[in-house]
Design a binder for this molecule. Structure first.
Ligand code: SF4
Length: 161
C-alpha cells in the first residue's frame, strides 16, 4: 500500500490540462442540470470505433469526469443519452424506448459521423436512419471516429464546465 502511495506521488497528474470552454450554444435544457450530467451510452449500430474513443475520453488522460460528466448504467439514472453509430432497424425501437426511460429534461448527444448523418453506412439495407431521425438531438460531435478531445468538448457543452 505504501509503495502504491509513493508511486502515485511520484507520477502526479497525467490528465491533459483543461482547454478553454468550447464555443457554441449550450442547450437550454442543460442549464438546469447545474454542471453535472449523468450519461447513458447507447450503441445504435456502431462499428465500435466511437466506443474506443469514448473509453479514452473517460480515461486518465482526457478525464471527462472532471467536467461533471459521468457514465451510468441505466437510462432511468441518466440526464442524457450518448448515442453512437448509425441507427439500425433493430435498434430504432430500443433507442426510442431508452429515450422514453430518461427522466426530463433529457438530452441527446450524437457521437460520430454515423450518428449525425449515417456516415459510411448511408443507404445500407439495415439502416433506419441517423439518430436525429429517431429521437431529438441536442449536440452533435463530428468525426469518424471523433477524437477524445472532441467528445469531451461536446460533453462540456452540456455541463458548462
Ligand atoms: S463514425 Fe466511424 S468510428 Fe464511429 S461508428 Fe461510424 S464508422 Fe465507426
Amino acid at each position: 500500500m505504501l509503495s502504491l502511495w509513493r508511486k502515485i506521488r511520484r507520477t502526479g497528474r497525467v490528465a491533459e490540462s483543461a482547454p478553454p470552454l468550447p464555443d457554441g450554444e449550450r442547450p437550454e435544457r442543460a442549464v438546469v442540470l447545474g454542471g453535472s450530467v449523468q450519461i447513458r451510452h447507447v450503441d445504435a449500430g456502431s462499428c465500435n470505433g466511437c466506443e474506443v474513443e469514448i473509453g479514452s475520453a473517460f480515461g486518465p488522460v482526457y478525464d471527462g469526469e472532471r467536467y461533471g460528466a459521468r457514465l451510468v448504467a441505466s437510462p432511468r439514472h441518466a440526464d442524457a443519452l450518448l448515442v453512437t453509430g448509425v441507427v439500425t432497424r433493430n435498434m430504432a425501437e430500443p433507442l426510442r424506448r431508452t429515450f422514453d426511460a430518461v427522466p426530463a429534461p433529457k438530452l441527446v448527444v450524437a457521437v460520430g459521423d454515423c450518428a449525425r448523418d449515417c456516415g459510411v453506412f448511408a443507404g445500407a439495407y439495415g439502416v433506419a436512419g441517423a439518430v436525429r431521425d429517431i429521437v431529438p438531438v441536442d449536440v452533435e460531435i463530428p468525426g469518424c471516429p471523433p477524437r477524445p478531445e472532441a467528445i469531451v468538448e461536446g460533453l462540456r457543452k452540456l455541463t458548462g464546465r
